[in-house]
Design a protein around this ligand. Sequence first.
Ligand SMILES: [Zn+2]
Ligand SMILES: [Zn+2]
Length: 282
Amino acid sequence: MAALTFSMSMPVTPFLIGSGNGINAISCYPLLTGRGVKQIKGKPYGGRLRRPVILFHIVRGVKQINMIDLHTHSLLSDGVLLPSELVRRAEVKGYEAIAITDHVDFSNIDFVIPRIVRTCRISNKYRKIKAIPGAEITHVPPESINELVKFARRKGAKIVVGHGETISEPVSPGTNRAFINAGADILAHPGKISVEDIKLAKSKKVLLEITTKKNHSKTNRRLVKLALKHKAPLVLNTDTHAPEDLIDNNKRKKFLASLGVQSDDINKIIRNSYNIVINIKL
Ligand SMILES: [Zn+2]
Ligand SMILES: [Zn+2]
């Protein structure tokens, strides 16, 4: 153990580990983000070698990843809260991170995203909760999705959500596939998704969303079953539009369990959110 590199200056972040038996546990994981990678001079190739720093935490019991929600709306689209109030209410609810992902199309994308970016920047300066600027590209022609995903990122969206083909709206056929091919981070409520597109999402590492939103949640069971079968990555989001849509850690677990998700898979789904968040530089 002495041969391993310790980095005491690294930020300590919550994480989910192990067996849950309530005794001391040791965990380690390589931090592969910018700050977690050390430049090591020399050997063995006489030049500079980039190597992940292994960070050890010794903790009592199991630390939990608190609620992370990567799909929410403020009054910059059809939500009811100012972005700042949305973030604060999520913080009070016990959230660890929230992405504000208001609906955008060609008409408002350059108006909405910079304002969310600014709000998140100020919030992150003073609040513990991580506020992540994002956007949900909604109801645009599938042929324009690739261009709009790139534009959203250029404007500062760190999470790009694609408004998928629900069973309750006239979303254009081909939308699910276009978002996957465009490399959106999350395909939201993709109710009508085909098995072929589930496999494609897996290969492109696009997260498929389980939603707690009432009118879109009817297709959760089918999605969960197929995604688990084909090992496609899942994520749980609330698609919050009003304060009562935010959920706490307990409801998150109960909701996933109610869909028949076993505890190992629940942990994986939670870690999928966590992994995306720790790789976002704000
Ligand atoms: Zn949506
Ligand atoms: Zn939404």
